[in-house]
Design a protein around this ligand. Structure first.
Ligand SMILES: *Cc1c(COP(=O)(O)O)cnc(C)c1O
Length: 460
């Protein structure tokens, strides 16, 4: 039989023995499991839900498919931050006599930054930050250290969308010091678009709160390791602290995973159309390379300085993008406009609903403004996380808000967009040609070619 694609594998759920023959594995909402035999308790797979639960086992199997590993290398935990916590406790903060050194990026997820700062302040770890998108700067810092215990990588970063060359960095680290743990936060891509285990990193984790579940109704995290032994060490922490994913949340995550392929396809499609439109029609384009001028940031755009690099190890751009209007005040007015009806003003991403935010006022507000400036964080940055809605509706909603915020003016009965901040004029392409009727799309093309498009959908 030919190898099934990921979309197919995630829709089917591992066979289970059920007395009623239910098609969907039930939720084992039970704390304890009865002991079958006092003589042979080692053969009993479950006894107490902190240690193991059949519904959690099912989701771990599904994640194993996503990363092409055995379920024995997967752990489902209660959040993305829990995933990082158990990885660090089990595999990094393990020395009795030495404070471990961790190197991480300088544009990290806020929660990661907070946890690392806490560890550093208690002297549990020495934490060094570097721009991991700058390979040479990373190598220099790494070589200066006597001993590096762990490197924590994330790509692309959020919301600046800087790309770290994960395969090259991992190769350098492992060939310099095989004992240095390479951990990758794969939340921005998900296992469907990037599998860092294929280039020999040690452990990958994701906030399953984002793309994997996709509906913003649970918190969850997953950890996938290169070897079963590492997973056992992490399992020790999960069992000791009770950080395993609850049965109900495991069940919801199994359900969310079934639609990961179609959701990502639509979300990436929307992000592609939107980013092109923001750049070409709305004029958020950096013409002179001047700092502080408007621009659109998305790894799916050819104008992204690391477009080719990102493409070389990911099979899609994801659905998070950001743009700068060139004016803090106008960005603030845009995100707080009452004209916004579809885009939800909220943090997070990966949901079926589209989200808009202003990072310097929301997710990144906790970072000292001086530090934001030092790291070239644009204060006028607007972040967009595309959901699965109709793209023209999303564009029109944003357009209304941009008009309300005095950024954009529509001319020629809406056919032309004028950017009042930089004078850019262009045709408004909303609703043009991109979403053909399904009959036309299907019957006007060679079906064989069409078939190959359908099977590689998530990899837009
Ligand atoms: C959301 C997120 C996390 C944390 O995950 P939670 O499920 O919120 O704990 C970690 N890393 C990245 C990149 C994230 O976006």
């Amino acid at each position: 039989m030919s190898q099934q694609s990921l979309q197919t594998k995630l829709v089917s759920v591992v066979q289970h023995v059920d007395q009623h023959g239910s098609s969907v594995p039930p939720i084992y909402q039970s704390t304890t499991f009865k002991i079958g035999s006092l003589e042979d308790d080692a053969s009993q797979p479950y006894d107490y839900t902190r240690s193991g639960n059949p519904t959690r086992t099912v989701v771990q199997h599904q994640i194993g498919k996503l990363y092409d590993v055995d379920a024995a290398q997967v752990l489902a935990v209660s959040s993305g931050m829990t995933a990082l916590d158990v990885i660090l406790r089990a595999l990094v903060l393990t020395h009795k006599s030495r404070v471990p050194t961790i190197i991480a990026g300088d544009d990290l997820y806020g929660g990661t930054q907070r946890l690392l700062t806490h560890l550093e302040s208690r002297n549990h770890a020495r934490v060094l930050h570097v721009d991991t998108a700058n390979y040479d700067a990373f190598v220099e810092l790494f070589k200066q250290q006597e001993h590096v215990d762990c490197v924590l990588l994330e790509s692309p970063t959020n919301p600046l969308l800087k790309v770290a060359d994960l395969p090259r960095l991992t190769h350098f680290i492992k060939s310099s010091n095989d004992a240095c743990l390479v951990a990758i936060d794969n939340t921005m891509m998900s296992g469907m678009l990037c599998n860092p285990l294929k280039f020999q990193c040690d452990v990958v984790y994701e906030s399953a709160t984002k793309y994997l579940n996709g509906h913003h109704d649970i918190m969850a995290g997953i950890v996938v390791t290169r070897t079963p032994k590492m997973a056992q060490e992490i399992y020790f922490m999960v069992n000791s602290t009770g950080s395993g994913l609850s049965p109900f949340d495991s069940w919801l995550l199994v359900r969310g995973l079934k639609t990961l392929g179609v959701r990502l396809y639509q979300q990436q499609h929307n992000a592609m159309v939107l980013s092109h439109w923001l750049e070409n029609s709305c004029g958020f384009v950096d013409k002179k390379g001047v700092k502080g001028s408007p621009r659109t940031r998305f790894v799916g755009l050819k104008s992204h300085p690391q477009f080719e690099l990102h493409k070389s190890f990911n099979s899609g751009p994801g659905a998070v993008l950001s743009f700068e209007t060139g004016s803090y005040e106008h960005s603030r007015r845009l995100v707080s406009s009452r004209k916004i009806k579809i885009w939800a003003v909220t943090v997070s991403f990966g949901c079926v609903n589209s989200l808009i935010s202003m990072p310097c006022k929301m997710s990144h507000a906790a970072i000292d403004p001086a530090l934001r400036q030092e790291r070239d964080f644009p204060e006028d940055l607007v972040r967009l996380c595309c959901g699965i809605e109709n793209i023209a509706d999303l564009q029109n909603d944003l357009l209304e808000a941009m008009i309300d915020a005095d950024i954009i003016e529509l001319r020629d009965e809406g056919k032309t967009i004028y950017n009042k901040l930089n004078g850019h004029i262009a045709t408004n392409t909303v609703g043009q040609g991109k979403l053909p009727n399904i009959y036309e799309e299907f019957f006007s093309q060679d079906l064989v070619e069409r078939g190959s498009i359908l099977t590689s959908r998530a990899k837009l």
